[in-house]
Design a protein around this ligand. Sequence first.
Ligand SMILES: Cc1ncc(COP(=O)(O)O)c(C=O)c1O
Length: 386
Amino acid sequence: MIDDIIFHLGEDRSEYHDAVVPPIYQTSNFVFNSIDDFKRKVADELDNFVYTRGNNPTVKILRQKIAALEKCEDALITGSGMGAISTALISQLRAGDHLLCIKKPYSWANRLVKDLLTKFGIEVSYFESDTTEALRQMIKTNTKVIYLESPNSLTLEVQDLRAIAAIAKEHSIVTIIDNSYSTPLYQRPKELGIDIIVHSATKYLNGHSDVMAGVICADKTMIAKIFHTEYMILGPSISPHDASLMLRGLRTLPLRLQRSDETALKILEYLRTEPLVRKIYYPFTDATAELAKSQMSGCGGLFSFELHTESKEDVNTFNDALDKFFFAVSWGGYESLKLPILAFYDNPGRPNPSIPFQLFRIYIGLEDADYLIANFKKAFDRVRND
Ligand SMILES: Cc1ncc(COP(=O)(O)O)c(C=O)c1O
């Protein structure tokens, strides 16, 4: 039961004077009573408290809740989503291995794969979201990991998680998915056969645009393996203070997600009637709807659309008039956001993206639907009248 996980799991108030809110154990270090005590704790550092780079009581509460939400046995919390993605990928690969990566993962995940992993002798091939059978043909004897992001966070492509997990299992390949878009409330990849689930918890899981965090969820043995090597060596841990803020954010995750989801649906309904909208990218529409609905129970507040124009001037006009949406990267907080792809065009020394300049990524936060629709109307009218 989600409420039980969010409100109770992992919280033993007798350990902290019956305080409602678990304290922030703002300590890097823990003291041992004896040599035996030290030996016992160091032998199982994942479940005891030795040093906060490994484990901390505030962080441990979060680990239990996140793991349970993802239907996994255990979880690690990191200081950013990229901390989680890097740690998870590096833990499963060594020189000479082959990684199969989804075509358009989050940009820095792509940089990790393309620029860093290859530097250490890992071979990488990319596959398209809608080609599960072609993926089978791409598997080599040295393929060790399939990396997924479904839906991806810009063009919202969906991968067939059940089918990919089944193929991977036939070949003893580890599957890793970035589940930031859906959160465990809308998609539980473990139940579909995926091995490792990572998140940018900076997004919905924290939800207030004030903490950088990430999570890695998997079976106990997998988490222990990652913990004792990559997590302890690379040191991507979260601070106890940020873990406490994340616990606070998590309390309202179901409410926030439902609000963003419902408002986004109303806004999409309006955008579908707007002649200046050429194409909408949203997992529950068009070609991907059936597959998406078979593995997700909602979409939340993130979608993209293309403005129906060939003029960059129009895109600028629309962007300036859409002033109730902050122009910012990231998403998943309380505030609505816009990301105009035009901003990535015509930058010295950088190639233009393969994504149309007319595309806007929109994140719907917690504001009222009519308030946001009024702002869209103003922006579309400004383009029409200019
Ligand atoms: C889908 C997705 N995954 C991962 C990340 C990386 O997370 P973080 O910024 O917390 O390192 C992001 C960040 O924008 C993202 O959008």
